[in-house]
Design a protein around this ligand. Structure first.
Ligand code: NDP
Length: 468
């Protein structure tokens, strides 16, 4: 057998030394890409959970060794002209992380903060998330440092067309199927799909989150937010609790936040906060259906700021963000359930402490990695029900998986059928994470349960196929 290069060699060892082998892999990740802090954070969280699995299946250490390196990373130039005729040059990326169990699948993010570290963290998370859905999807992620905020429709269209004029050659219905994420909603997916169709000269289910008139799935826009609340409902039920009558803090006011809010209302809960990167609103009387419809119009059609909610409705408190854009006092609100649905690392240790002090029962991540590792520790140490995003926000990609099947089969399901399938998938992910945590001696630890359950399926497929 060929030796691995010494710098990345990990000896196959057993027992207590196994933890050291995992640590060596983590150290290698850090040394290789010292500036990719978000990626390190995501890797550390997963590797921290895998000790008991590697003790049971020592051969899987090779899978761990391979899984932290993306199979392929594509970076490209995205030139486009604004409405005044000025040239802008952005960076485009696609990280094709792991295809052991199916074609790469994961969203595209358009946000000025996008860089390789963020996309590698998101792609890595996606690998485990997609595995947890039980559907045959590998993991990937992509995007650009383009900021759609404040751009005209025509500018967004020109950008999307330029982006896809390169990306199209790297994706395909059986190869890599992107979707939306921050800054990429129905409008962007439409422009991206149009350009793909022109370049590839084929109409195929290469993107998900498409409009209903060209192959999209009912309930896809709602799926991540609805799925999050289905997962949180299951988690609450393990303690004999429910959303009925509970106060809920939601951050963000984009796709995930909007539909999480809607489902909380459906289940009898009272959402009291929403936010954007400028600040948050607190509505003591609760965000009801009518107010939520107003927020949806504000955000999806008028592309306004959440501050306008406080100007429009009576008795609302608005608090601007602290200088660090993704931190504010939203988490000091007295609530039963917290659903962070904006962005990564939006709840730090101090903010987690505030939630615990105010008596929160459950925290479920709608965004990807919104809680720092220190915040997660606070929740786990205090016996708070805590759902990691890779389990609780998997409803979006699960419904994308259904959209892929629907496109391949050239058929469709009703809204009720898709919602029922989504709910069943979320109930199953909850059960899987819950039972896996129990089996590996960490009852109630959904972080470990989700990481291990997601990993096991990939490890089995990887060993069967060989590490390539
Ligand atoms: P949207 O772009 O629709 O909404 C994002 C929301 O978060 C906006 O309110 C935005 O405010 C706010 N936000 C973004 N960045 C920051 C920041 N740095 N600080 C404070 N607020 C911020 O995105 P989505 O709702 O689609 O995604 C939200 C999260 O959910 C992301 O982490 C995403 O990866 C995750 N997710 C999304 C899925 C989906 O199906 N859409 C699936 C699974 C996970 P502003 O407008 O001011 O920027």
């Amino acid at each position: 057998m060929q030796e691995r290069p010494p710098d990345i060699r990990v000896n196959i060892i057993v027992g207590d030394q196994m933890d050291n082998a995992i640590k060596t892999i983590y150290e290698t990740v850090k040394v290789r890409d010292p500036n990719q802090l978000e990626f390190h954070q995501a890797v550390e969280e997963v590797l921290d959970s895998l000790g008991p699995v590697i003790s049971e299946y020592p051969d899987y250490i090779d899978v761990v060794h391979g899984i932290v390196e993306p199979e392929r990373v594509i970076q490209f130039r995205v030139p486009w002209y604004d409405d005044e005729g000025n040239l802008h040059v952005n960076r485009g990326f696609r990280v094709q992380f792991n295809s052991a169990i199916g074609p790469y699948k994961g969203g595209l993010r358009f946000h000025p903060s996008v860089n390789l570290s963020i996309l590698k963290f998101l792609g890595f998370e996606q690998v485990f998330k997609n595995s947890l859905t039980g559907l045959p999807m590998g993991g990937g992620k992509g995007g650009s440092d383009f900021n759609p905020k404040g751009k005209s429709n025509a500018e967004v269209k020109r950008f999307c067309q330029s982006f896809m004029s390169e990306l199209w050659r790297h994706i395909g219905a059986d190869l890599d199927v992107p979707a939306g994420d921050i800054g990429v909603g129905g409008r962007e997916i439409g422009y991206l799909f149009g350009m793909y169709r022109k370049m590839a000269n084929e109409f195929t289910g290469v993107l998900t989150g498409k409009g209903l008139s060209f192959g999209g799935s009912l309930v896809r826009p709602e799926a991540t937010g609805y799925g999050l609340v289905y997962f949180a409902r299951e988690m609450l039920a393990t303690k004999g609790k429910s959303f009925d009558g509970s106060k809920v803090a939601i951050s963000g006011s984009g796709n995930v936040a909007q539909f999480a809010c809607q489902k909380v209302i459906d289940l009898g809960g009272k959402p009291v906060t929403m936010s954007d990167s400028s600040g948050y609103i607190y509505d003591a009387s609760g965000i009801d259906r009518e107010k939520l419809a107003w927020v949806m119009d504000l955000k999806n059609n008028r592309r306004g700021r959440i501050k306008e909610y406080a100007d429009h409705f009576d008795g609302i408190e608005y608090t601007a963000s602290k200088p660090e854009p993704n931190h504010n006092e939203l988490w000091g609100t007295n609530v039963d359930v917290a659903l962070p649905c904006a962005t990564q690392n939006e709840i730090n240790e101090a903010e987690a402490q505030m939630l615990v002090s105010s008596g929160v029962i459950a925290v479920a991540e709608g965004a990807n990695m919104p809680c720092t590792p220190e915040a997660v520790e606070v929740f786990l140490d205090n016996g708070i029900l805590f759902a990691p995003g890779k389990a609780s926000n998997a409803g979006g990609v699960a419904t994308s998986g259904l959209e892929m099947s629907k496109n391949s089969l050239r058929m469709s399901w009703t809204r009720e059928e898709v919602d029922q399938k989504l709910e069943a998938i979320m109930v199953n992910i909850h059960k899987n994470a819950f039972e896996t945590a129990e089996k590996y001696g960490m009852p109630g630890n959904y972080v470990a349960g989700a990481n291990i359950a997601g990993f096991l399926k990939i490890a089995e497929s990887t060993m069967a196929q060989g590490i390539l």
